[in-house]
Design a protein around this ligand. Structure first.
Ligand SMILES: [Zn+2]
Ligand SMILES: [Zn+2]
Ligand SMILES: [Zn+2]
Length: 232
């Protein structure tokens, strides 16, 4: 992994000296999951780096995360389409033309900086429903497969970025690029899962009843579109 270009430099410093715009192409992502993404390779785990104005850290990034068109939640599916248990009934369902996401995992949390950017560690995958939920609230969570979401020993701990969407620097083997993440992903105070709010504070179908609803005061999270190392 070649990250020598950015080690020790803050994002603001990178912007000031032009490195951010000079080192790679900008990949624009629309504000809705319905955005049609680029052709996707079956690469499960890339390297990346997240930089705030005050800190940075390196992460692995796991692909095959999706937006569910039935419940508005996030879920993992290795077959790129349906999977798990959806609170709206049946399996979670993607549309194959929608964005596939890449979730950073097992890296450092970054404290909130002066412009509100940071990374929160501690999100977990539920083996029962395939959804993503806040691990610290497992005991208060509601799983669409019944009971609470489950934390499976040995599975990844995911790191969700929050704040500004436009300044995420991706470092790959021998190359680097900057991407724009997708905002408006919210933490549900009822089921304790992550859902897409479509710009509002409630959306979809919650396994705890009614619609998912943003936990009061919680962050506006960023989902990162999957990137192919071979495209950089
Ligand atoms: Zn669903
Ligand atoms: Zn679950
Ligand atoms: Zn919910």
């Amino acid at each position: 992994m070649n990250d020598s270009m950015v080690h020790g430099l803050s994002r603001r410093a990178l912007m000031r000296n032009g490195l951010v715009t000079a080192i790679g192409a900008i990949v624009a992502v629309a504000a809705l999951p319905e955005f049609t993404g680029s052709a996707l390779a079956a690469d499960p785990d890339n390297y990346m780096q997240i930089i705030t104005t005050a800190n940075f850290s390196n992460y692995h990034c796991q692909s095959n995360w999706w937006y569910c068109i039935k419940c508005s939640g996030s879920y993992h599916s290795g077959n790129n389409t349906a999977g798990g248990v959806c609170p709206a009934g049946g399996e979670h369902q993607n549309n194959t033309s929608y964005t596939k996401y890449c979730l950073p995992h097992d890296g450092a949390a970054l404290p909130t900086d002066s412009i509100g950017d940071g990374v929160q560690a501690g999100w977990r995958w539920c083996a029962k429903c395939q959804g993503l939920f806040w691990g610290s609230a497992q005991a208060e969570s509601t799983c669409p497969a019944g009971g609470h979401h489950a934390i499976t020993s040995g599975t990844y701990t995911y790191d969700l970025a929050y704040g500004q969407p436009e300044l995420w620097l991706i470092i790959n083997g021998g190359g680097s690029t900057q991407i724009t993440g997708q905002t408006d992903w919210l933490y549900c105070g009822k089921c304790r899962g992550l859902f897409y709010g479509h710009g509002g504070t409630a959306d979809g179908v919650c396994p705890a009843g009614g619609t998912h609803s943003q936990y009061s005061g919680s962050s506006n999270y960023i989902m990162i579109p999957y990137f192919s190392e071979s495209s950089v």
